[in-house]
Design a protein around this ligand. Structure first.
Ligand code: ADP
Ligand code: MG
Length: 347
């Protein structure tokens, strides 16, 4: 079903979605008498926020349905995080309305949003490295024995069962410190899922994980989707968006641009919505390389950081260095800085 795909201001919000009778007494019509869609988990309209007088978000909107994976797309600085922080009660909006499961809400803290069934996996991970995986998952809400002692055995058993259900290959008794960045990210994801929220917000969940873990994550997302959880998914990877999400909202410069079903658009169109212009003409970009060698590295390594790196860089060339978080890119770049490179790697 296509959502209104309007540019800029668009049409009035309620005009297009199906009118379904409220499923429960809590889903009463808001004051203006508009009938609420029972499948609509979250609806935010006209959200704005300025920091010290500088607008970060001018017109933030989203409509999230039960059982949907909704991609929130936009370039850096588009206002996505500001918007998500407002949905989570971490920031207070200057204006606009957030409706969760049919009720207008004004969360004053993330704890209030959590209590209302909204969990977020932020991009900035905050693991307690000296605790075990199970302790991290149940931090602040540990099951107690005799009303006092944290029940370690129960936490471990629950975490192990959770990982088995999600298909994550992680030892609940391991310390966080012993895990790879990818596994730490999966623990954060499991932690958010363990709260059994109706709404799950994922901000770049695959930024630090590899293809294999991403496939596991997508399987877990699909099973949450089957249970009726609504997911807001933020990612820069278009391939991820098209393989896991069913619908999208695009922000640009703090404004809502368009929303709809991904089945109705292709990558090229989504990119042009995100950047605000057609990128086709850029595909034929000419190489700026002069061919004159600047840096040549072969079999370069540094113990425990990276190994066997070989590459050539010519004058005027722009060389992309790709890898996941923790892959050693920064270490390599630092070690290859001109002073070191001249000494070790000039051919
Ligand atoms: N705490 C803050 N203080 C001041 N400016 C902020 C703050 N958070 C975000 N901004 C600004 O708001 C704009 C939107 O940023 P953000 O919401 O982080 O975008 P995105 O997540 O889409 O990259 C940017 O111009 C950013 O610099
Ligand atoms: Mg952001």
């Amino acid at each position: 079903m296509a959502e209104p795909a309007s540019l800029g201001e668009g049409k009035p919000e309620q005009a297009h979605h199906a009118v379904v009778p409220p499923a429960s007494p809590s889903q009463t019509a808001p004051d203006d008498g508009v009938v609420v869609d029972a499948d609509l988990l979250l609806a935010a309209t006209s959200i704005s926020k300025a920091f010290a007088g500088v607008p970060a978000l001018v017109d933030g909107r989203i409509r999230l349905k039960r059982g949907s994976v909704h991609a929130l797309c936009g370039g850096n600085g588009a206002g996505k995080s500001t918007f998500l922080n407002i949905l989570m009660g971490l920031h207070r909006a200057d204006a606009g309305t957030v409706m969760v499961k049919g009720r207008v809400v004004h969360y004053a803290s993330a704890a209030e949003a959590l209590a209302d069934g909204i969990a977020i996996i932020t991009q900035e991970l905050s693991p307690v490295l000296d605790m075990t995986v199970a302790e991290n998952i149940y931090l602040g809400r540990e099951p107690r024995r005799m009303g006092w002692f944290a029940d370690k055995a129960k936490m471990e058993a629950d975490a192990t069962a959770l990982f088995a259900r999600l298909g994550f290959d992680i030892d609940a008794r391991a310390t966080m410190r012993s895990l790879s960045v990818a596994k730490i990210q999966l623990v954060e994801i499991a932690k958010a899922i363990s709260r059994e929220s109706d709404i799950l917000i994922m901000d770049e969940p695959t930024s630090a994980i590899g293809e294999k873990e991403a496939a596991t994550l997508f399987k877990a997302i699909r099973s949450l989707q089957d249970q009726g959880v609504g997911i807001i998914y933020v990612s820069h990877r278009l391939t991820d968006i098209f393989s896991i999400a069913d619908s999208y909202t695009v922000f640009r410069d703090g404004r809502f641009i368009e929303a709809g079903d991904l089945a109705d658009i292709d990558r090229q169109r989504l990119i042009s919505l995100i950047v605000g212009r057609d990128l086709r003409d850029q595909e034929a970009r000419k190489s700026t390389s002069t061919g004159e060698p600047m840096l040549s590295v072969s079999g370069f390594g540094r113990h425990g950081q990276f190994e066997d790196i070989s590459l050539d860089l010519a004058k005027g060339e722009i060389l992309g260095l790709y890898g996941l978080m923790g892959a050693g890119r920064s270490e390599f770049a630092n070690a290859s800085s001109p002073r070191i490179a001249r000494r070790r790697a000039w051919s």
